[in-house]
Design a protein around this ligand. Structure first.
Ligand SMILES: [Zn+2]
Length: 428
């Protein structure tokens, strides 16, 4: 335990010596009042916007075109005068957004590319440190130290040599991971997990692992302090499986490579915005993120592509004053095409949410559209006739007779090492 702590701390000092001081800051600022946090955000926002205006040719032009004066920000509400940036713009203008001359080292970074082309960019050292420190603070809320023994689920199918390298670095971080989702490998991983303190990874993969545990006749006993899911929406279907396998709900770490850690769930199961490093807005149901520490590649009023609901004026029992995200509803996906009308793919989320809350029917699903007016709905479990009727009624509520839904139950929804998407469209 002591050795793993020492190795871990030496490792992060080597990687980025600013992590420790930033973590110290965050452990202090988590006790701030909301006013204090917002004042801090305002100062950060002014700096970042001014910096982007002066250093990044892309933002310089964008602000000029929009008639926005970067020195005109006087309060947080003034952010609404800054033009919005989309993912396509980041991809398209990457080289003119990236600020190459920095006084500190930069680190290679890329997005997962689950919703299209991956974005490659470089994070400056301090940004990288804030990111890592934010994860570590989140763990601390659940009594977990990052150097404690942990299982890690990250779905890349790596070559043999890459695996060896990854295993070496995993050992330094006192963690072990699952490289493929065969039953034998999952069983080996689970036997190691009995002696681990926490488990983290893609939520759909934690779900796969939970199903394996629940399939055992004699369920193993785990002593996990935390099961942390990242990168994907955590559905009720996942939560009930995870609770039955590991005796606790999955805790959400909500973020993205370019946006940073946006929010982290506290022990009261509420999602606190990481206000020290991000500014979150909601516009037309979608999240806009300003990454307040993104100096080498400024992310300002960025449309990340998720539907969210913010929680207004509410205090959390955990004592922190950081604002809350009520729920992350899912990716802003492609549109579902009916014979006559178009529907946002978010409607599927409501169909399954209603079934869970009103009928106690928790289903894991994936939808695919091949032609307009037709939707294939894959359900992982076997549907009883009553459940099928309930699902059809719920679909009818949203799509009427405009969409022919073909339900296929008992189908595998494994995402084969990639993020799972709820809706796939083959129609352009
Ligand atoms: Zn809380």
């Amino acid at each position: 335990m002591i050795a793993s702590r020492w190795i871990y701390l030496a490792g992060i000092r080597l990687r980025n010596h600013r992590i420790v001081s930033n973590l110290r800051f965050l452990l202090e600022s988590q006790n701030w009042t909301l006013d204090h946090l917002q004042n801090h955000q305002l100062t950060q926002l002014k700096h970042l916007v001014e910096w982007a205006h002066n250093k990044s040719p892309y933002y310089g032009e964008k602000f000029k075109k929009a008639g926005f004066d970067s020195r005109s920000i006087l309060n947080l509400g003034d952010i609404s005068r800054i033009p919005i940036t989309t993912k396509d713009e980041l991809l398209h203008h990457r080289d003119r957004i990236q600020i190459h001359k920095m006084d500190e080292p930069t680190y290679y970074s890329e997005t997962s590319g689950s919703s299209g082309t991956p974005l490659v960019f470089y994070r400056n050292q301090n940004w990288d440190a804030w990111h890592n420190a934010s994860v570590m603070r989140g763990l601390s809320w659940h009594g977990v130290c990052p150097w404690e023994r942990n299982g890690y689920l990250w779905g890349y199918n790596l070559s043999f040599t890459k695996r060896a390298k990854v295993k070496f670095f995993d050992r330094l971080q006192n963690r072990f991971r699952l490289f493929s989702y065969g039953n034998a490998e999952m069983d080996e991983f689970l036997s190691k997990l009995k002696n681990a303190v926490y488990l983290s990874g893609y939520s759909s993969m934690i779900f796969e692992l939970a199903k394996r545990v629940n399939s055992y006749e004699n369920k193993p006993v785990f002593r996990l302090k935390l099961v942390k899911g990242t990168s994907e929406t955590i559905s009720e279907a996942y939560q009930s499986e995870v609770a039955s396998a590991f005796g606790q709900r999955m805790v959400s770490e909500y973020g993205a490579a370019e946006a940073g850690i946006i929010a982290f769930e506290c022990p009261e199961h509420r999602l606190h915005i990481n206000m020290e490093t991000v500014l979150v807005e909601e516009l037309g149901g979608e999240i806009l993120v300003t990454n307040l520490v993104s100096y080498s590649f400024p992310i300002i009023r960025y449309k990340l592509g998720d539907y969210i609901e913010l929680e207004h004026a509410s205090k959390c029992l955990c004592g922190k004053n950081h604002l809350l995200i009520k729920s992350v509803l899912g990716r802003v996906g492609k549109t579902i095409l009916g014979n006559k009308g178009n529907y946002p793919s978010l409607m599927l989320y409501y169909v399954f949410k209603n079934l869970a809350s009103e009928k106690k029917l928790i289903l894991n699903y994936q939808a695919e559209q091949d032609v307009a007016g037709h939707l294939i709905l894959r359900i992982e479990t076997k549907l009883a006739p009553t459940a099928e009727t309930a699902l059809k009624q719920e679909l009818h509520k949203y799509f009427g007779t405009d969409l022919d839904c073909e339900i296929r139950d008992q189908t595998s929804l494994r995402s084969c090492g990639r993020k799972k998407v709820d809706f796939i469209s083959m129609v352009n």
